[in-house]
Design a protein around this ligand. Structure first.
Ligand code: NOJ
Length: 547
């Protein structure tokens, strides 16, 4: 090829990435838990949906205390999900379907069943084995108090005392001891884990708690209230979140990824205090992308949404990183439910967990939000079930809940099980095709009876379904040069409306208000999230226009 021929942008700059929460996606073995066999059998759904890549939540050997975010062996697949051979076969099949695959890397902590932690417990105070984690003496006359006041993100102190009197740090559950990233062996081990999966052909990694890896070796107390959602650091001098030293780790990781052919990529899960802080992870030589939780956090109000978009684009331009847009994931309330409430911010949703939500209103807004996120510059994430318009399941019986967040906060924290209920695929009764016919096991969380109308099969046949909207939107987006990577120019619009031009000829208009507004002048409607009213765009509706 002539070196002057413009190269297409790298795939990750505007990819739509589908989050597979593997335990709830599809169950091939019949034990009620999703697995690789189920995922492989449903790859056609994902290819037909039209996404570019999959992010698979942790599939490694794990006691599953935090749904796989407690890893006991980073190089092996948990038997509940399958085998390494099946993972290899899955990678090959996904690639054959044109789907790239990101795996979830969990470097901040291991499981307490990881051989390193078991060795640390056995080896005792002062040993090199303890040095791989954060073991400290306690405070108080007899060391009976934790070494400092750091709280676990899941509630309670971030320290647990072991039999010989030392305490170890766990920013999440006690079964998730934090690694000590000042130890070169820890760094070498993760460089090797990266290579292990890159050698097997993965296209990249989602980095869990990417803002958390290093800790201030002085272990100072923090000011109370210095962390927010999932541990977002509230200030830049925080002793364990969003520290400069953590960024340096990613320089080496980037070199490793770049040494492989085919644009291997990273996405950081970094809960930081502002978009400016997030952009630091994406500086040249560091990570490619980061989840931008701005929209997931934002109420359904045009001025606030616009502020998120503007701020995101402004801070990412100087580092030349593409934005990503996220509405939901496995840690937060599903946005259909959030948008169906009177208060639509995430904070309100947490405070108001279990308060009424209007599903019809929530769905209308979620459909409009899909055209907003897929119409913005950069890439987007789709959390499994979002394409089916699933709502949060808020009436799960207490005895089925598994999220350690709930137990650790004494039942006061947000419950993350409600967004993790197994997907409905087909049929009129549970398990709705999630498990094979006649399966011995029940889905690990019960599915609502009403999901018979939400199954992928039921929606495929319905031109007005959420699934049809996603499939159409992704096909239109793929065929439209103006969408994906590129610039955005705001168009004049009423207070309740977001309107912007993409490229030369495409416009996105989103009406977050209740009243219809006139559509701007246009040549054709490419796609609408709901019925239009002649020349008017009804409330809570979005449209893609050809100008
Ligand atoms: C973020 C993950 O998304 C969440 O599910 C997990 O509990 C924490 N990190 C701890 O690994």
């Amino acid at each position: 090829m002539d070196s002057n021929t413009p190269q297409p942008p790298a795939w990750w700059r505007d990819a739509v990435i589908y989050q597979v929460y593997i335990r709830s996606f599809a169950d091939g073995s019949g034990d009620g838990t999703g697995d690789l066999a189920g995922l492989r059998a449903r790859l056609g759904h994902l290819a037909d949906l039209g996404v570019d890549a999959l992010w698979i939540t942790p599939w490694y050997v794990s006691p599953q205390v935090d749904a796989g975010y407690d890893v006991a062996d980073y190089r092996a697949i948990d038997p509940v999900f399958g085998t390494l051979d099946e993972a290899d076969a899955f990678l090959a099949e996904a690639h054959a379907h044109g789907l790239r695959v990101l795996v979830d890397l969990v470097p901040n902590h291991t499981s307490d069943q990881h051989p390193w932690f078991r060795e640390a417990l056995a080896a005792g105070p002062g040993s090199a084995a303890r040095g791989r984690y954060h073991f400290r003496p306690g405070r108080g006359a007899a060391g009976e108090l934790p070494p400092n006041n750091w709280p676990s993100v899941f509630g309670g102190p971030a320290w647990t005392r072991v039999a010989d009197g030392e305490w170890y740090l766990h920013l999440f559950a006690a079964a998730q001891p934090d690694l000590n990233w000042d130890v070169s062996e820890v760094r070498e081990e993760f460089a090797s884990v990266l290579r292990f999966w890159l050698d097997r052909g993965v296209d990249g990694f989602r980095i869990d708690v990417a803002h958390g890896l290093t800790k201030d070796p002085a272990y100072p107390d923090i000011e109370v209230g210095a962390t927010g959602l999932l541990g977002a650091a509230a200030d830049e001098h925080h002793p364990y979140f969003d520290r400069d030293a953590t960024l340096e780790i990613y320089r080496e990781w980037r070199r490793i990824a770049d040494s492989y052919p085919g644009e291997r990529t990273f996405v950081a899960e970094a809960w930081v205090s502002s978009p400016d802080r997030l952009a630091r992870y994406l500086a040249p030589g560091l990570l490619h992308t980061a989840f931008n939780f701005g929209l997931l956090d934002c109420p359904w109000e045009a001025p606030r949404l616009r502020e998120v978009v503007e701020q995101t684009l402004r801070v990412l331009a100087p580092v030349d990183a593409p934005p990503t847009w996220v509405l939901s994931n496995h840690d937060v309330i599903r946005h259909v439910t959030r948008y169906g409430r009177a208060e639509t911010s995430l904070d309100d949703a947490k405070r108001l967990y279990g308060t009424p939500s209007d599903p019809e209103l929530g769905t209308r807004r979620a459909r409009a939000a899909a055209l907003l996120t897929l119409g913005l510059p950069g890439g987007a994430y789709v959390y499994q079930g979002e394409e089916l318009g699933l709502e949060e399941v808020e009436d799960l019986p207490a005895d089925v809940l598994q999220d350690p967040n709930r137990f650790w906060s004494g039942g006061c924290g947000p419950v993350r099980d409600g967004c993790r209920v197994p997907l409905p695929w087909s049929g009129h009764t549970a398990p709705f095709g999630f498990s094979p016919d006649g399966a011995a096991g029940e889905p690990w969380l019960p599915q609502p009876a009403a999901w018979k109308d939400r199954s992928a099969a039921a929606q495929l046949a319905d031109p007005a379904s959420v699934l049809t909207l996603y499939r159409t939107a992704l096909a239109v987006r793929r065929g439209c040069d103006d969408l994906g990577e590129g610039d955005l120019v705001w168009l004049p619009a009423a207070e309740e409306v977001l309107a912007f031009r993409r490229g030369r000829r495409t416009a996105v208009v989103v009406n977050t208000g209740a009243d219809p507004v006139p559509l701007p002048e246009h040549a054709a409607v490419l796609l609408a999230s709901g019925p239009l009213d002649g020349p008017l765009l009804p409330g809570d509706t979005a449209v893609w226009l050809s100008l």
